[in-house]
Design a binder for this molecule. Structure first.
Ligand SMILES: C[S@@+](CC[C@H](N)C(=O)[O-])C[C@H]1O[C@@H](n2cnc3c(N)ncnc32)[C@H](O)[C@@H]1O
Ligand code: SF4
Length: 376
């Protein structure tokens, strides 16, 4: 069985005003050792509860800011977690944490991939995003990652920033490409509930990017990165050949993943999906941190498979969908979407075309709304 491990590490230096993830500002030293013990205990408990066997082939420490975890705690944590030989072990890092020493110690602890939160290399946009790191710290961190012996690394950006135009986006991408990242994750800014950006929007001080401009920006991203040899392998993830993230791939190829830590999501081999409580104190004081748990249910499973699976360029094999659920999208809708050039023509697979990717949400919605029992 192939599966991955996601560990949510919630602490950050500060709470960026656009971020809707579960984070805690680390005002005083976080209870790192107790937290690592909690993660190890949850992993063992969930493995047995949901039928994970063997060891994970990927570990992804996401956050929050996992690079704030003291490296000796990280080393001890990774030493206590089993993995397959040659597993991909990624940590999300904020630029201000990526010193030569941290990088060396993180690698000695077992990390072989770093996902760096660059977000933008434009000073005025970085300021508006409320980033703790300066543009200079971000470029120095990219230089260090590029010069390191890591297996791979990613530069994580956001586009459709407030008042960003196409020229500014292009300049941002080109500034980043000077550091030759082997992998790029780039998401369009979303205004998340209960964030500083949502309050600015309500006060009329921030407007979301117009959908047509958003689309031109996305096309620019695909074009500029593609020209640099960094190809799209998922809606928001781009890589040079051989640098695709094995962990990301699990999500859209329907492999199970064990999410541990506060607010983490998981998907077990038994088909169960869960979400943990988004509160580190409740997390540490409870033997069962589950907030919601849903057993396997065919129509929910089919929707989730389409939502996750259609993100990848390979799409979703129809036979897999129907074998697991007895459901399939209406063939007329598939034909219409294919005829409109939004799906690639393929007899056994649903996969977005280049024109389909920028409006993937609408295409996936149409497929989900048309789900019905397959004819015998
Ligand atoms: C939650 S952060 C964690 C990693 C790290 N702390 C950082 O700041 O980069 C992971 C990624 O989520 C993305 N992200 C967070 N909030 C977002 C938003 N409102 N819209 C789009 N992307 C967002 C950023 O691109 C970021 O790289
Ligand atoms: S974007 Fe990153 S650093 Fe900022 S609050 Fe979210 S997780 Fe923390």
């Amino acid at each position: 069985m192939t599966w991955g491990l996601y560990l949510h590490v919630p602490w950050c230096a500060m709470h960026c005003p656009y971020c809707g993830f579960y984070v805690e500002v680390e005002r005083e030293r976080a209870p790192w050792e107790a937290f690592a013990d909690g993660l190890v205990a949850e992993v063992a408990w969930r493995k047995a509860r949901h039928g994970f066997t063997g060891a994970p082939s990927t570990i992804y420490l996401g956050g929050g800011t996992p690079s704030r975890m003291p490296v000796q705690v990280l080393a001890d944590l990774l030493a206590r977690l089993e993995t397959t030989d040659d597993a991909e072990i990624t940590i999300e890092a904020n630029p201000e944490d990526v010193s030569e020493r941290w990088l060396r110690d993180a690698q000695a602890a077992g990390v072989n991939r770093v996902s760096l939160g660059v977000q933008t290399l434009d000073g005025s946009h970085a300021k508006r995003l409320g980033r703790a790191a300066s543009v200079r710290q971000a470029t120095e961190a990219m230089q260090r990652l590029g010069a390191s012996t890591l297996r791979s690394w990613s530069s994580d950006l956001i586009f459709a920033l407030p008042d960003q135009d196409l020229a500014a986006l292009r300049a941002d991408l080109e500034a980043m490409l000077a550091f030759n990242p082997p992998h790029v994750s780039i998401y369009g800014l979303t205004i998340e509930p209960d964030t500083g950006f949502e309050r600015l929007q309500q006060q009329g001080r921030l407007t979301e990017t117009d959908p047509d401009v958003w689309r031109s920006m996305y096309d620019t991203v695909v074009d500029v990165l593609g020209t640099a040899g960094i190809h799209r392998y998922e809606v928001s993830n781009f890589a040079r050949p051989g640098h695709e993230s094995a962990h990301n791939r699990l999500y859209w190829t329907d492999q199970p993943y064990l999410g541990a830590g506060p607010s983490a999501h998981g998907y077990g081999p038994d088909g169960t999906r869960w979400m943990n409580v988004a509160d580190v104190h409740a997390y540490l004081s409870s033997g069962d941190p589950t907030l919601h748990e849903e057993p396997f249910e065919a129509s929910r499973y089919a929707s989730d498979l389409l939502i996750a699976g259609m993100r990848g360029v390979e799409g979703v094999p129809l036979a897999h969908l129907t074998a697991r659920t007895g459901l399939a999208p209406d063939p007329t809708i598939i034909a219409q979407l294919t005829g409109a050039g939004l799906l690639r023509p393929h007899p056994h697979r649903l996969a977005l075309s280049d024109q389909g990717f920028p409006i993937s949400d609408a295409v996936v919605r149409a497929l989900i709304e048309s789900l019905g029992p397959t004819r015998p």
